[in-house]
Every structure is written in structure tokens, then in C-alpha cells.
Design a protein. Structure first.
Lengths: 483, 285
């Protein structure tokens, strides 16, 4: 491809090739000038650089360079005697030149030399650091990652000032040339894990990286896994806690998320707030979440199974209540349950996608239609609606697992409605085996429950006090299975 | 075969105990204190029988060290066990999965087919996943069984206690030996243990004896008075479990029964898969 070509010594030829490759794209600005008696050109990508930085850091110093005998002398002078930018590099081929240009670098070409110098004078618009929308925390920091990877690197560095924190930048995506940053604590991360992650990233053959979902499958085991063995976080403080435990993380330019490798199932129920509260309250909240998870996926299924197949298991008072409610319902309980759950999913998806001004209408419609009209008309019974609402609330307590909870809820409902509690139990076995077979780079997803680790359980089943936790010296390498 | 796969002693014990406890759930005909004693003796006898075979795993060796004849006999043993477990499921399923009993034979076929399908999926995931899942199932199942049995004991009566059954000790011993014949899978999986094989096996048999005695004695105390009319005393004891006056909890037993049935078959299926793989690899080499 033309972009793989090396630069020419003739500046005009380079400019012609650049214009040809970019088809005279309007956002590439070319400024020709002479300095040091050498013809030069400064290239910028409009909107990516800061005009103020360009004027102060580049234009003024470059115009004051004394006469030079050759373009090589000019470039040596700029490199050795001028400090034009904290991020200064060179490009020898068009590929690198375009990548730097489109990353907000100012690129200097000179007539008679086949390299270009690039100066970091980025000034593109980006979102400021804000509270993360998806990961709420009451007692912790209110800063979240943003779309600029270098800002995210600084958020991490501010919290982990140790020189052992390593952040390696590389480029991924044949067309997007996205900057990705591999972060790890060099004294804690298992070397084999690091090697395998780098190998996986090198083997990706993507054109663009526009979401964490583009990269995560390459970091996970092949085959169907219900739960992801890699995690994501929007919070720098959470990421720091994972890095200290010896995990690796990948930050991607353009995304306010970091991918964490490896991830354990029990961590979906942990938040940083757990470590802000007293241990007894943290334990209570954790077990509440574990129960919420079970409730979220099983409650509609168990209710349907018992009412349809095992009414003898319900006590007589409750049975009479249910009979009274269900006798006028036109649909079977299984159909009702499916309808209510589907309605909820439609409303939830509509609430996420539609524009904010219309959001209020969704609340009114869902409240009126489902909460009031459907029940009053007898289409849906109140006990079923209550069970579904409880199940949905349980799922909202663990937003990290929302996709899995949604699908499993439907699957268990089908199993319970068709085969009763027996169906629910057998499906539970299948789900359990799928969870137990999930692992990434030799780290079992179900650790520290199975394989059991008593040390790991001090921060899973309970939350030990910080005085004991601080001496644990725990790293995730303890869970690594070497087979 | 991937002999690098290792399972821990608790995982090994859980995999084997699930099958044994399931067999207890499916226990037919009358039981007494003598049954508990005879079953404990049967377990001890099985331990003595396995001892010479366990020496094969000394020095970290696995089943790959075994000869073709040994593997073939092991395979036959495991296949017989699979059919035995399925037949236990077939006969006990009628009273456990009552909704399907109304459909007659088709209901039972459906139950067996669903469990078999789940087992095929489980076996396909490999021994590592199976061992991890067995630990979790066994732990939760043990808790549920304890709750069911303890609440069943609330309905018990010491007048129900029967020391001896109409069958002699020897008949009960034979019954115990036939019920607890998961030796094939024990000899296969012992080779994958990452701990000391002998201590794992000893702990397995000790746990087996303790659990067997507890469950049988509970069954005797709860159903002793109706033993003559009860086909499945352990299952009946669970169904009589009622910790609160207004609420039964035998649904818990139903769920545990289904889960243990799935894993009991899956463990045998996994063992058979490993032996077949080893047999064919020996044949090709």
C-alpha cells in the first residue's frame, strides 16, 4: 500500500504523495516556509492541534533558527538544541507520518532529507473528567476515565505513583491505528500472563477498535462462555486496586473504559465502597448482592414452576391468594411471565436509547400501562408482577452482570415453565458447568470458590478488616492453574 | 490424554460422594440400623479392594500407566455403573418428579433424556470444569440435604428405631456393595489427584461412611413406622420434612436430587470418556 512507502528526500514529492493518499482531505493543513535557509513545511490536522501551542512552541522557535548548510544539520539542531515539545519523535515512512498527523502531532518536513520530525501539540476537544455513569460509588472518588488514553494514564499515575507501574503504548487497528495502553505492576503481574496477553493482542487483525467488545473476545478463551472472563471498569481507583493484585489492564484511546485481565466471577459483586464501610456492613451488602443475583435469575422461574407443577409446596393461605388472582387471567402463567419480562426489556432498552427530553414519557407509559392498566384489566396478575419486579430489582443491584442475568432469567423461566423445578435444576447444572469451565490464561473464573482458596475467601465470603487485608500480600497469581 | 490436568483432593472426594449420595437417595425397600452398619462395612471392604490398584499411581503416575486389559475391565465396570445410576433415576424419578409420573413412561423417558443431554454437555467441558462444579454442587447440596434431614428429624420418633431388618447382615452388605460401586471412577480419577492419592481416598471413604450412616439413620427414625409401605425410605423421609407447620421444603430435596442425578451420571460419563481415550490412544500407538 502507498502508506507503507518510505519518505522521499524531495519535500514537494512527499507533499504530493500525502495529498494523493489523503485525496486532498480538507483537514490536512500544509504550511510551507523557509528557516535556516532550508525549505520546510509544517503539516497539521485541523482540529487536532492547539493553535496556541503551534504558535508558541513551533512557529516562533522554528523561524529563529540560524542558517544551516544542510537539512540534516537543521534537524540535528532542532533535536539537540531546541525543546519544542515534551513528546517529540520522527517518522521515516508515510504510515507513521499519517498516524502521528492524525494523532494531533505537528509534522515538520524539510527539502533534502527523507525523515520528518513530529511534535506533540495536541489540542483536540475532549470530554473533561467526570463521574462515571455506569459505576456508582458513594464513598469513593467521583472521577472516571475519559476518551483520551493519555488523560486516563495520568489518572492512573496520580493514584499509583510507584515506578513499578508500567504503561506501554502500542497501536492496534489497521485503519483506526488506535492507541492502546497495556498497564501492569511489573513486580506483581505474572510474566506468563503478560506474554500471553501481548501475543493475543498481536494476533488481532481488526480494522478499527471502536468498543471494548472488539478486543475482549481475543483475550478470552474460544468457545461459548456465558460470563466474560475479562472485566471492564470506568473508574481509575478500581483499576488501581486490580493492578495492585497483579492483574493487567488495557486502556483504549477513544473509550472511557479499561479492560482488566483476568477477572473472577465473585468480583462482579464487589465495589470499592465495600472497603469504605465497616466490615460487618460490607459483608451484609455482599451477601445481599449474592442473594439478589440468585433472586434475579430464579425468582420468576421458581414461582412459575411451583404454581404450575408443584402447588402442594405452597402453604394454603398463599395458595388461595394465588388461585384468586390467577383464575381470571386469560393467559397461562408462563405466557404472562414472558410477556411481563419482555415488556420490561423493551421499556429498559427504550429508556437507554431514546433522547433525554422524551425519557419522561417512557416512565409514564411504563408505569401506567404495566403498573396499572395491565393489572386492572386482568391481563397480568399482581403476584406475578411483584415477582418480576423483585427479580428485575435484584438484577439492577449487579449492573455488571445485567446481560447475563437477562438471558438466564428467560432461560430459567422457560425451563421452569416447561419442566418445573426439575427443569430449573438441570439448567442450573448446565449453567454451573459453563461458569466452571470459564477461565482466561489459566485463571479459573470460579476462584476462590472452586478451586477453593481460604485466603481468597477472606475477601469473597466476608470482607476482612483492612488491618488483616493489608498484610495478605495477595496477588492473583495464587489462583493460576498451570494445567 | 491430557495427564497434566490435576484435580485437588476435595474435588476428587466431591465427585465421588455425589454419586454415592445419589445412590442413597434412590435406596429401595426397608432399612434399619443394621443397613447403616452393613453399608459402612461395605465401604470399608471397597477401600481394601482398591488399595492394591492405588499403588499404580505412586510416583505421580496416572491412568496412562495402566495396561489395556485393566482399562477394558475398568470401562466395563464404569458402563455398568452408568446403567445402574440411570436405572436408579428411572425408578426413583417416578415419585420425585411427580408431574411427569402422570405422563407414564413418556414422562420418565423425558426426565432421563433431559438429564442425559445435560450430562453430555457436562462431559464435553472436561474434567477440570466437572471437578470444580462438583465441589460447588456438593457443598450446596450438603447444606440443603442437612436442612432437609434435620427438619425431617423434627418429625422423627425414636420408637421408629429398628435395629435389624428382615434381611440378614450379609444381604445388607451385598446391597451396600452394589449401591456403592463407583470404584471404576475412583480408580480413574485418583490418577489425576494433585495431592497424596492415598490420603484423598481414605478421606473419601471416611466421608462416605459418615454420610451414609447419618442419612440411613435419619431415614430409619423418620420412616421406621411406615417402612412396610414405603418403597423409597430416604426420599419419603425428605418428603415428610416440614420444619414449619405451614410450609414443606421437599422442593429443596427435589432440586438436590436432580442436580446430584446429573452429576452422578456425568462423573461416570467423564470417567468412561477418559478410559476410552486412553484405550484408543494405546491402540493407535
Amino acid at each position: 500500500m502507498a502508506e507503507n512507502k518510505m519518505l522521499h528526500s524531495n519535500m514537494e514529492e512527499n507533499i504530493a504523495i500525502i495529498k494523493d493518499i489523503s485525496e486532498n482531505s480538507s483537514d490536512i493543513l500544509i504550511n510551507r516556509f523557509t528557516t535556516g535557509n532550508i525549505k520546510c513545511a509544517l503539516l497539521f490536522c485541523e482540529g487536532m492541534t492547539s493553535n496556541l501551542n503551534a504558535c508558541e512552541m513551533l512557529f516562533a522557535p522554528l523561524m529563529e533558527i540560524p542558517e544551516k548548510d544542510s537539512p540534516k544539520q537543521l534537524f540535528d539542531h532542532i533535536r539537540d538544541n531546541l525543546l519544542l515539545s515534551s513528546d517529540q519523535t520522527k517518522a521515516e515512512d508515510l504510515n507513521t507520518l499519517f498516524r502521528l498527523l492524525h494523532s494531533g502531532f505537528g509534522v515538520l518536513l524539510a527539502d533534502g532529507i527523507n525523515i520528518a520530525l513530529a511534535f506533540g501539540i495536541q489540542g483536540y476537544s475532549s470530554r473533561s473528567v467526570q463521574e462515571p455513569s455506569g459505576e456508582g460509588n458513594i464513598m469513593g472518588s467521583h472521577e472516571g476515565f475519559v476518551e483520551t488514553v493519555r488523560t486516563n494514564m495520568s489518572l492512573l499515575r496520580r493514584r499509583l505513583k510507584s515506578p513499578k507501574l508500567v504503561m506501554k503504548l502500542s497501536v492496534l487497528g489497521s485503519e483506526s491505528k488506535t492507541d492502546i495502553c497495556l498497564c501492569y505492576m511489573k513486580d506483581r503481574v505474572p510474566r506468563e500472563l503478560l506474554r500471553r496477553i501481548e501475543k493475543s493482542l498481536n494476533e488481532t487483525n481488526l480494522e478499527a477498535i471502536l468498543s471494548t467488545g472488539y478486543i475482549r473476545p481475543f483475550l478470552e478463551k474460544k468457545g461459548f462462555e456465558l460470563f466474560s472472563s475479562t472485566g471492564i471498569t470506568e473508574r481509575p481507583d478500581v483499576l488501581c486496586s486490580k493492578l495492585i493484585e497483579g492483574r493487567a489492564a488495557i486502556m483504549i484511546d477513544g473509550l472511557p473504559y479499561a479492560i482488566i485481565v483476568p477477572r473472577l466471577f465473585c468480583e462482579s459483586f464487589h465495589t470499592l465502597d465495600d472497603y469504605a464501610y465497616k466490615p460487618y456492613y460490607a459483608v451484609f451488602i455482599r451477601w445481599l448482592k449474592y442473594a439478589s443475583f440468585v433472586l434475579a435469575i430464579l425468582l420468576p422461574a421458581v414461582y412459575t414452576a411451583i404454581v404450575m407443577y408443584h402447588p402442594e409446596l405452597i402453604n394454603s393461605t398463599l395458595l388461595m391468594l394465588l388461585v384468586e388472582e390467577e383464575k381470571n387471567a386469560p393467559l397461562s402463567i408462563l405466557t404472562e411471565a414472558f410477556l411481563v419480562l419482555i415488556m420490561y426489556e423493551v421499556i429498559r432498552e427504550a429508556g437507554v436509547r431514546l433522547p433525554k427530553p422524551v425519557g419522561g414519557a417512557v416512565s409514564i407509559i411504563s408505569g401506567l400501562i404495566i403498573g396499572d392498566a395491565a393489572v386492572k384489566s386482568g391481563l397480568v396478575s399482581t403476584p406475578l408482577l411483584t415477582m418480576t419486579a423483585l427479580s428485575v430489582l435484584g438484577g439492577l443491584a449487579i449492573p455488571d452482570l445485567n446481560p447475563q442475568i437477562t438471558v438466564l432469567r428467560f432461560a430459567f423461566l422457560a425451563a421452569g415453565g416447561i419442566l418445573g423445578l426439575f427443569g430449573v435444576s438441570v439448567l442450573a447444572c448446565a449453567v454451573l458447568i459453563n461458569i466452571c469451565s470459564t477461565e482466561t490464561y489459566g485463571f479459573p473464573f470460579t476462584a476462590p470458590i472452586s478451586p477453593f482458596s481460604a485466603r481468597g475467601m477472606t475477601d469473597t465470603a466476608i470482607r476482612q478488616g483492612m488491618r488483616k487485608l493489608q498484610n495478605r500480600g495477595f496477588t492473583v497469581e495464587e489462583y493460576e492453574q498451570h494445567n | 490424554m491430557n495427564s497434566n490436568v490435576k484435580i485437588s483432593p476435595p474435588q476428587l472426594i466431591a465427585m465421588l460422594l455425589i454419586g454415592d449420595v445419589f445412590a442413597l437417595f434412590c435406596l429401595r425397600d426397608g432399612i434399619s440400623a443394621m443397613t447403616a452398619l452393613a453399608f459402612a462395612a461395605a465401604a470399608a471392604l471397597e477401600f481394601l479392594v482398591t488399595l492394591p490398584f492405588l499403588t499404580m499411581y505412586r510416583g505421580g503416575r496416572s491412568i496412562e500407566a495402566a495396561g489395556k486389559i485393566y482399562l477394558s475391565v475398568l470401562l466395563i465396570f464404569i458402563i455398568i455403573r452408568i446403567f445402574a445410576v440411570l436405572s436408579m433415576l428411572w425408578s426413583t424419578g417416578e415419585i420425585i418428579f411427580a408431574p411427569f409420573a402422570a405422563s407414564g413412561i413418556w414422562g420418565r423417558i423425558l426426565v432421563t433424556a433431559v438429564i442425559a443431554a445435560a450430562c453430555v454437555y457436562i462431559v464435553s467441558k472436561g474434567i477440570k470444569a466437572l471437578s470444580r462444579a462438583c465441589v460447588i454442587s456438593a457443598a450446596i447440596g450438603a447444606l440443603c440435604v442437612a436442612v432437609v434431614m434435620i427438619s425431617a428429624l423434627l418429625q422423627s420418633d425414636f420408637d421408629n428405631f429398628r435395629l435389624a431388618s428382615s434381611e440378614g447382615f450379609f444381604s445388607e452388605l451385598l446391597r451396600g456393595l452394589s449401591l456403592g460401586s463407583g470404584l471404576g471412577s475412583l480408580l480413574v480419577f485418583a490418577g489425576f489427584s494433585n495431592g497424596k492419592v492415598m490420603s484423598s481416598v481414605i478421606w473419601y471413604f471416611i466421608s462416605n461412611i459418615v454420610i451414609t450412616v447419618c442419612i440411613i439413620l435419619t431415614g430409619v427414625l423418620v420412616c421406621g413406622g411406615i417402612m412396610n409401605i414405603t418403597d423409597f425410605p430416604i426420599a419419603a423421609a425428605a418428603q415428610l420434612s416440614q420444619p414449619i407447620a405451614v410450609q414443606r421444603i421437599d422442593s429443596l430435596f427435589l432440586s438436590v436430587f436432580a442436580v446430584f442425578a446429573v452429576f452422578a451420571v456425568a462423573v461416570q460419563g467423564s470417567a468412561a470418556k477418559l478410559v476410552v481415550k486412553q484405550l484408543f490412544s494405546k491402540r493407535s500407538s
